[in-house]
Design a protein around this ligand. Structure first.
Ligand SMILES: NC(=O)c1ccc[n+]([C@@H]2O[C@H](COP(=O)([O-])OP(=O)(O)OC[C@H]3O[C@@H](n4cnc5c(N)ncnc54)[C@H](O)[C@@H]3O)[C@@H](O)[C@H]2O)c1
Length: 332
C-alpha cells in the first residue's frame, strides 16, 4: 500500500478517534493537517508530533500534497466541505449523516460525481466483526429468507445538550446507524416506517425539541421487517445487539466485553459489562473502514459505503420523524 496524505476537518470526538487510529495503527496514512474553526483545538493538534493545525479550513483544500479529506466536523458543515473537497479533486471520507436535507445531499452527490472522486460515508458498523458475521450468515443462506431484523442500540449516556441541539434529532443522529445497518442486513430498501418516540432520560432533551428513546418498525421491499429500539441512556453501558430471524434459523450477536469471564458464586453469576461507548466498542471498525477507504482510492474500486447509502439513510430518518410527529405509517 502506498502512503496517502490526508487532512482531517474537525477535532471533536470522532475527529480524535480517526486521528488516533491513523497515528497508532495505520502508518501508510500521513495526516498533514487537522483543521477546526475552534481555536481550542490547536493545543490538542500540536500535542501530536509534527501535525499542523489550522483554523482556515481552505488550507486543506488548497494543499496540493493532500489527496484525501476526512470530514469529521459537525453535521451542518459536511455538504459545504464535500463540495469544496470534490472541486479540489480530493477524495472524501465523511462522517454520518451527510446532511439533514435531501436536496443538499444531492448537491454533494453531484459534486462528487462531476469530479470523479471517491466518497465514503462513515457507517463504520458495516465493518464491525460482529455485524459482518451476521451479514455473512444471511448472505450464505444459513438462516434462509430473512423475516425479522431486531436491532437494539442504546448509548451509555446522553450527549451534551449543545450537541443535541445541532444533531438533527435522535433519528438523524443516532438511529441513522441502525437504519443503515437494517438496510445492509435486509439487502433491500425500506418501503414503510412507523416510529414512536418519547422523552424518558432527560427533560432537557425534550426542551431542546428532541426525544431520547424510540422504537421503529421498518418494512422492506423484500417483505422482511426491521424492529429497532433506541435509548440515549443504558445504565450498564453501550448496548449494541442484533438478532436476525429467517426461514431456516436465526443469527444473533452479543455485546463485546473487556473479557469473557463469568464469575459464579453462591450469590449469583456475574459477567463483564459491555464496552463503554463507541470509542471503545468500534475501534476495529474505525480502522477497517479507513483501510477500505485507502484501498478504494489506490485500487480505483468502489467504496463499500457510498453517498447513496448516505442519502437512503437520511430518507428513512426523515420518514421516521414524520411518522413520530404525525403518529402514522409513512411510505417512502
Ligand atoms: N461514526 C461514528 O461512530 C460517529 C460518532 C460520533 C460522531 N459522528 C459524527 O461526526 C460528526 C462530529 O461529531 P462529534 O461527536 O465529533 O462532534 P464534536 O462536537 O465533538 O466535534 C465537532 C468538531 O467540529 C468543529 N467544527 C464545528 N464547525 C466547524 C466548521 N465549520 N469547520 C471546521 N470544524 C468545525 C467543532 O469545533 C468541534 O471540534 C457528526 O456529524 C456526528 O454525527 C460519527
Amino acid at each position: 500500500m502506498n502512503t496517502l496524505t490526508v487532512g482531517i476537518i474537525g477535532a471533536g470526538r470522532i475527529g480524535k478517534v480517526h486521528a488516533n487510529t491513523i497515528l497508532t495503527q495505520l502508518p501508510h496514512i500521513k495526516i498533514k493537517y487537522i483543521a477546526d474553526t475552534w481555536a481550542g483545538a490547536k493545543k490538542y493538534v500540536e500535542s501530536l508530533n509534527g501535525l499542523h493545525f489550522t483554523q482556515n479550513i481552505d488550507d486543506i483544500f488548497n494543499d496540493k500534497e493532500i489527496e484525501a479529506v476526512l470530514i469529521c466536523s459537525s453535521t451542518d458543515t459536511h455538504v459545504e466541505y464535500i463540495i469544496k473537497a470534490a472541486n479540489a479533486k480530493k477524495h472524501i471520507f465523511c462522517e454520518k449523516p451527510v446532511d439533514h436535507d435531501l436536496n443538499r445531499i444531492i448537491l454533494a452527490k453531484e459534486a462528487v460525481e462531476l469530479n470523479g472522486v471517491k466518497f465514503q460515508i462513515g457507517f463504520n458498523r458495516r465493518f464491525d466483526h460482529n455485524f459482518l458475521a451476521v451479514k455473512k450468515a444471511i448472505d450464505t443462506h444459513q438462516i434462509g429468507d430473512v423475516r425479522f431484523i431486531n436491532i437494539t442500540s442504546r448509548d451509555p449516556e446522553a450527549p451534551p445538550i449543545e450537541y443535541v441541539k445541532v444533531s438533527g434529532g435522535m433519528f438523524m443522529d443516532m438511529t441513522i446507524h441502525d437504519f443503515d445497518m437494517a438496510r445492509f442486513l435486509a439487502g433491500s430498501e425500506v418501503k414503510e416506517v412507523y416510529a414512536k418516540g418519547v422523552v424518558m432520560v432527560d427533560k432537557a432533551i425534550g426542551d431542546a425539541g428532541d426525544i431520547d428513546s424510540a422504537a421503529i418498525i421498518l418494512t422492506f421491499e423484500n417483505g422482511s421487517i426491521g424492529i429497532i429500539n433506541n435509548c440515549r441512556e443504558a445504565s450498564y453501558g453501550y448496548d449494541q445487539r442484533v438478532e436476525v430471524f429467517g426461514s431456516k434459523g436465526s443469527v444473533e450477536i452479543k455485546n463485546d466485553t473487556i473479557s469473557s469471564a463469568i464469575i459464579s458464586t453462591k450469590n449469583g453469576v456475574v459477567a463483564e459489562k459491555p464496552l463503554h461507548f463507541f470509542m471503545q466498542r468500534y475501534t476495529q471498525s474505525y480502522k477497517d473502514e479507513m483501510i477500505q477507504f485507502i484501498e478504494s482510492i489506490q485500487n480505483n474500486t468502489e467504496t463499500k459505503t457510498n453517498i447513496i447509502d448516505g442519502l437512503k439513510s437520511v430518507e428513512i430518518a426523515k420518514a421516521a420523524v414524520l411518522s413520530y410527529k404525525e403518529n402514522r405509517v409513512v411510505k417512502l
